[in-house]
Design a protein around this ligand. Structure first.
Ligand SMILES: [Mn+2]
Length: 340
């Protein structure tokens, strides 16, 4: 047991927050769970843990998402309980909607609009910074938490620790593991290791999970990565490395944009690089800018400046401008950041 007190950057979620949520659940019969568009491992893992927990509490519960589950996370949803939100039938009859890993209601798109229209209470459990304008009646937000999964874990552990078994442990482990880059990003705090330790104790197998999450690349993904690595651009003494993924390139290798998701991890591994940027051309022509950084260089300021968002070391921007205009804007902004 580690007895060192952990200094929190911000006030932790208090017991009263969790009690308030528990109280709301008590009076809710039907509950809808959702997460942001293009869900990641934290989103899917958190949803599944919460889903089975609410079932355990004998609630009528469904997971309805805006986007489909990425292939890489499908192994988690063995019983196919995650569905796409297509109409408001279930929503309309819900007493509560719990959004996980969502701080901005726009990220649940139509669900936010339909919840408002039907007057359904929305709650969020998240680790992204708060947004001022919001629809949530309760925001359980802790930006010092590694992941939404960590918060869901805290909640379940507080009221029903016996419920966290190997099955639930896997969901929670994947949530925290994916959001911390398998425990090596800056948000991999002592609590995430403590949580991982608890989950390994209930039977989660880190080696198996790693293989499922990170060793599933296709030959074409590796070939396209080869192309991307051949075409890296460097600036500011290699402190910035950037590359471009076009629709043409994706077509050539028969890949979707999501299948290039983990490329930034590989690029980030270059010695002395501080910021790594991938410019991705989406199908509708919008440029998605993926910013990753290390060594205390925080890129979320740049993301905010261009209307994007995210975490200090992993943020994103979407710009409806031609790529040749987007690149110099971002490259210059990174240059200013690195001068500081
Ligand atoms: Mn997350």
């Amino acid at each position: 047991m580690c007895n060192i007190k952990i200094e929190r950057k911000e006030k932790m979620i208090s017991d009263s927050n969790w009690n308030e949520l528990k109280e709301r659940l008590k009076f809710a019969r039907r509950i809808m769970i959702t997460t942001h568009i293009h869900p990641d491992g934290d989103a899917i893992g958190s949803e599944l843990a919460m889903y089975y927990y609410l079932q355990y509490l004998e609630k009528d519960v469904e997971i309805l998402n805006i986007s489909s589950t990425p292939d890489i996370y499908k192994f988690l949803d063995k019983e196919n309980v995650i569905n796409i939100y297509s109409d408001d039938d279930f929503l309309k009859e819900s007493d509560l909607i719990i959004a996980l890993d969502v701080s901005k209601y726009e990220r649940i798109e139509k669900i936010a609009k339909d919840a408002k229209k039907n007057n359904i209470k929305l709650i969020t459990i998240d680790h992204h910074p708060k947004h001022t304008e919001n629809l949530f009646i309760q925001e359980i937000i802790d930006t010092s938490a590694s992941s939404a999964g960590y918060l869901v874990y805290q909640f379940i552990k507080k009221f029903n620790p016996e419920f966290i078994d190997k099955k639930i442990g896997l969901f929670l482990y994947c949530a925290v593991a994916t959001d911390t880059g398998y425990f090596h990003y800056n948000n991999a705090n002592p609590e995430s290791y403590q949580m991982a330790c608890d989950l390994v104790n209930v039977g989660v197998k880190p080696t198996e999970v790693y293989e499922k999450l990170y060793e599933q690349n296709s030959i074409n993904q590796m070939k396209m990565l080869g192309h991307v690595l051949q075409n890296l651009h460097t600036k500011y003494d290699n402190k910035l490395i950037w590359t471009v993924i076009t629709q043409e390139l994706l077509k050539k290798y028969n890949l979707s944009i999501e299948e290039s998701e983990n490329f930034s991890d590989i690029i980030r591994s270059i010695k002395n690089v501080k910021v790594c940027v991938i410019f991705k051309e989406t199908k509708n022509g919008i440029i998605s800018v993926n910013l990753r950084s290390k060594d205390n260089v925080k890129v979320n300021g740049i993301a905010h400046r261009f209307g994007g968002g995210g975490h200090p070391y992993a943020s994103g921007i979407k710009l409806a401008k031609p790529i040749e205009k987007v690149i110099p804007l971002v490259v210059e902004a990174v240059g200013e950041l690195l001068k500081k």
